[in-house]
Design a protein around this ligand. Structure first.
Ligand SMILES: [Cu+2]
Length: 158
C-alpha cells in the first residue's frame, strides 16, 4: 500500500486523496460527506451554498469579477470598484479606501455568518472568507442594506 500526502493528509490506499476537497475523504481518510454535500477545506458543507443567488446590486453571475481587492472612495467617489467580486473559500479580501468617509457595513441580507466587520476608521482592512456563500456589504453614508447606492457583494465559491 502506498500513502500519498496531499493537503496534509494521508490515506492508506493506492490513490492520492486530497483531503481538502474529496467528498469521500473529507478532512480524514474514509470520512464521506452526505449526499448533496461538498467537501470544502476539509469540511462537508451543504451544496446549496454553491447555487447562484442574486443580491442587489449583483444580480447576474456575469456581474462578478475575480478579485481579492475592493477599492472605494478617492477618485472613485461614492462607489466600490469592483463592487461584485468572486473568490474561493479561504481568500483574504482587502477593502481599500477611507473608511472615515465611507464606513463599511455588512449587510443583513445574504448567507449567514457574514465575516465583514463594521469598519469606520483607517484605510485598509482584510477580511477572510472562510465559508461559501454570498456576503453583501454597503457604505453607511452612501448605500443601504438593501443594496442601493454604494453597495456590493462578495461571492465566495467552495
Ligand atoms: Cu460611501
Amino acid at each position: 500500500m502506498s500513502a500519498c500526502v496531499l493537503s496534509g493528509g494521508t490515506c492508506q490506499d493506492s490513490v492520492c486523496r486530497n483531503l481538502s476537497n474529496d467528498p469521500l475523504n473529507c478532512g480524514a481518510c474514509g470520512r464521506a460527506c452526505a449526499t448533496g454535500q461538498v467537501c470544502t477545506t476539509g469540511t462537508c458543507q451543504a451544496m446549496t451554498t454553491l447555487e447562484f443567488m442574486p443580491f442587489a446590486p449583483c444580480n447576474l453571475v456575469t456581474d462578478y469579477v475575480d478579485s481579492g481587492t475592493v477599492n472605494f472612495g478617492g477618485a472613485l467617489g461614492a462607489m466600490y470598484s469592483p463592487r461584485c467580486i468572486r473568490v474561493r473559500v479561504g481568500t483574504r479580501v482587502t477593502f481599500s479606501g477611507a473608511f472615515g468617509s465611507h464606513p463599511l457595513r455588512p449587510s443583513t441580507r445574504g448567507t449567514s455568518g457574514n465575516p465583514i466587520s463594521a469598519t469606520s476608521t483607517g484605510d485598509s482592512t482584510g477580511v477572510i472568507f472562510g465559508s461559501a456563500g454570498f456576503f453583501p456589504f454597503y457604505c453607511q453614508f452612501h448605500g443601504d442594506d438593501g443594496g442601493s447606492g454604494m453597495a456590493g457583494v462578495v461571492y465566495v465559491m467552495p
